[in-house]
Design a protein around this ligand. Structure first.
Ligand code: FE2
Length: 424
């Protein structure tokens, strides 16, 4: 074997597991494997997880914080206006450089698959070209999936639909949209229908920014679910954000959830950004704004968490750490039970992998040898500590390493160090 990892714990609760890797795939997985590895690693009982997956990101604007100025109001709409100011000034090389730097951070964080939206409301399609270039460059270590995103509105922005179609023809993978940003509710619904029909024609997946507002009457998710069902797109469509659901009438939601379930539409919440951008028109009480994650899960709907933004016109923090995203999601949704906390870990690993349609993802014989050794024993401990990624493995090769978290102490009668772990 090329590599054998000994004595790992897995996210499903199994412990004392060895993982044998050959030819970039997992060859065997189980207790006390007889196989010998050219390289052997002792996990020491720590958690080995499939890599983190970010279901929702904007790589064309990442690491542009403060350019040309900082978002003073902190709102979504000022962020969109700011991005509009920045767009004409974008230079392809700088855009590629920022995206490549972010991908370096992602690998160090064990984040090896990212779905990024890319703005197509620019005649030059400069960001599309840049991110297609980045996708090719990072392919050996990150699965980058691109969504054609008409940021300024499909019908509202002249030429947007043609640009979106050109972007798809250039190699962009997924059809995006932003119905709540169209001029009227009717035009929002029309944009959903047009985009879903286009995706069905082309055999593509759909992922729309949908109802990213506190307006309880923003109900484009209803149209998205209906069109998904009508066009037979079940399992290939995601509604991103869905923050209006936070403020919707409970009776209406009781009707909406089964429609989403029957349509096979997935939900993608973005906890760091939803808690930051929503509720900005509230005084007190101030809404959290994130969609109804536990209720969606209870209804049998896939829910993933995305990072959405890192150091851009909408958000001035972040470092590609999906455990930070899961940590915030857990708090905002009050998902503090053990099963609920484990579901938050799943929302940044297995569920987004399913939404992206990743091939060979997971910890089982035959899967790609892609995994992360965390400085934690369980998924819940990993979230609690935003655990260090001791090793990140892609196709059987170690692509990043980091030391375990430890602080030395100088206290009379107390231990010489702490690692924040319990029970060892
Ligand atoms: Fe977004």
């Amino acid at each position: 074997m090329d590599l054998v990892v000994r004595n790992a714990s897995l996210p499903d609760g199994r412990t004392g597991i060895d993982i044998a890797v050959e030819g970039g795939r997992i060859a065997a997985l189980g207790p006390a494997l007889a196989a010998h590895g050219a390289r052997e690693i002792d996990a020491g009982g720590d958690l080995v997880s499939p890599p983190f997956v970010d279901a929702h990101f904007h790589m064309d604007s990442t690491l542009s914080y403060g350019m040309p100025r900082v978002n003073a109001s902190g709102t979504l709409l000022e962020g969109i206006a700011l991005w509009g100011e920045l767009k004409p000034q974008l230079v392809q090389d700088a855009l590629v450089e920022c995206a490549m730097q972010y991908c370096d951070w992602a690998v160090a964080r064990g984040l090896l698959a990212i779905r990024t939206h890319v703005d197509v409301c620019d005649e030059r399609l400069l960001a599309v070209e840049a991110l297609l270039d980045v996708k090719r460059r990072v392919a050996p270590y990150i699965d980058l999936q691109l969504v054609a995103f008409p940021q300024d509105g499909l019908l509202r922005s002249p030429g947007a639909f043609d640009n979106l179609k050109r972007a798809i023809a250039m190699g962009v993978d997924v059809v995006g949209g932003i119905p709540h940003f169209e001029r009227t509710m009717a035009q929002g619904a029309e944009s959903v229908r047009l985009l879903c029909e286009f995706a069905a024609e082309q055999g593509l997946r759909v992922d729309m920014h949908c109802d990213e507002t506190d307006d309880p009457l923003s109900r484009h998710i209803e149209t998205l679910a209906y069109e998904t069902w009508r066009l037979g797109l079940q399992g290939r469509v995601a509604g991103s954000h869905l923050t209006s659901m936070h403020s919707m009438d409970n009776y209406y939601v009781s009707k909406l959830l089964p429609l989403m379930r029957e349509s096979g539409v997935a939900a993608i919440a973005n906890p760091l950004i939803n808690i930051t951008l929503q509720g900005r028109h509230d005084t007190y009480p101030k809404r959290r704004g994130m969609t109804r994650v536990p209720e969606l899960l209870a209804a049998g709907i896939d829910v993933a968490f995305g990072h959405d933004c890192v150091m851009d016109p909408w958000y001035g923090l972040g470092s590609g750490d999906m455990l930070e995203v899961a940590h915030m999601g857990l708090h905002v949704a009050q998902m503090t039970g053990q099963d609920a906390m484990r579901a938050c870990f799943e929302a940044v690993t297995g569920t987004p992998a399913r939404i992206l349609g990743l091939e060979g993802y997971g910890l089982a014989p035959g899967c790609h040898a892609d995994f992360v050794l965390l400085d934690a024993a369980t998924p819940v401990e990993a979230i609690r500590l935003r655990a260090a990624r001791r090793l990140v493995v892609r196709r059987g090769t170690i692509v990043a390493e980091a030391p375990a978290m430890k602080a030395s102490l100088n206290l009379p009668g107390r231990p010489g160090s702490v690692d924040f772990r319990i029970g060892r």
